[in-house]
Design a protein around this ligand. Sequence first.
Ligand SMILES: C[S@@+](CC[C@H](N)C(=O)[O-])C[C@H]1O[C@@H](n2cnc3c(N)ncnc32)[C@H](O)[C@@H]1O
Length: 387
Amino acid sequence: MTVHFIGAGPGAADLITVRGRDLIRRSPVVLYAGSLVPPGIVAEAGTEAPGDAPRDIRVIDTAAMNLDQIIDQMKAAIEAGHDVARVHSGDPALYGAIAEQMRRLDALGIDYDVTPGVPAYAAAAAALGTELTLPGVSQTVILTRTSVRSSGMPAGEDLATLGQSGATIAIHLSVNNLGFVVRELAPHYGADCPVVVAYRVSWPDERIIRGTLADIRDKVKAADITRTALILVGRVLDAGDFDDSRLYAADHHHVLRPPVIKAPDFPAFWADCVNQGRIDDLIALYHEGAVLMPTFSPHAAKNREELRSYFTLLSSRDNLYVKLHEKTLDCLRTGEQSYVINGIYDFKFSVDGTLQTFPSRFTFVIDLGEESPILHHHSSQIPRTLT
Ligand SMILES: C[S@@+](CC[C@H](N)C(=O)[O-])C[C@H]1O[C@@H](n2cnc3c(N)ncnc32)[C@H](O)[C@@H]1O
């Protein structure tokens, strides 16, 4: 028998996960935090419980219970041979007080598992139709709360300290502490910084109050919102101007969107990566298990770590530049997308202030059907001819 901790999501019955809903249906005993989880979420409790359990279905609102009473209920259900669904609002890992319940269950030898849920901050962002991480505006979301009557905040996690980051902040359990929130954040974010107070997101009586740090307090007071509201603060909330994400930029390539390269252009593409110091892109070109016989080291580089240390050292050379001799290229097709490409390039970089050239010959064995196409790369300085 198991206690299933389940994230109910923000409130709407169709915002719980399928797994969470199914566990509630299969559990004849359901404990839920009634102050934050609407009864609709647990309406189907035990309807698919095994055996004759449906006659014994128990749905218990724990809002008025203390920890000992909650654990007693779980223990009694487990001893009677019933699974228990323990339903928390949003995601149970955020201010769910599940850790202390788990500790008690550990001591009693009772099994449990956790099913995540949609947290309030994500539901609020969805209701606003906004992104909390806008490039060039904020790339960090801080999930926090303030201390009113509950446990104090650990040192260094006070709002004034967190606010120094300028990140988007989602403040829980604090709508009654809005004056404090405004006082702490205004010096860092500016009085004109947008604020949203999202009340009972996804519930039938959801309300969204928009304002700034200067006026949000009056607006929330006028709306008479005193509980179950999330405070979002940050420039992302009305940013008209933000950068496009690099992730979807046409010239940004990654494993799932590799550049379309024709085989004869491959050495030039490789040289561009070197010349632009794009070490990550360079390493990503080498297939798992590929070997690089490098120009400036007696040791073969056989994995990503060795490739990184070789290319990092090479890139540290002053005025490093690879010049490809296009006319020397020889491209042999060996399979559908496999090629052996030979040719000559010069490595140029400064040694003791003098620009030097190291003519080198190379062989690439590549498979352009692979996300990391280089299967083998040999590169060595052109030897002197013996007379
Ligand atoms: C005990 S915490 C639980 C947080 C929850 N575990 C989560 O993942 O969002 C309760 C606080 O979460 C926020 N909250 C939870 N559900 C909400 C909802 N539907 N709308 C707005 N805020 C909500 C409020 O700040 C509320 O005071």
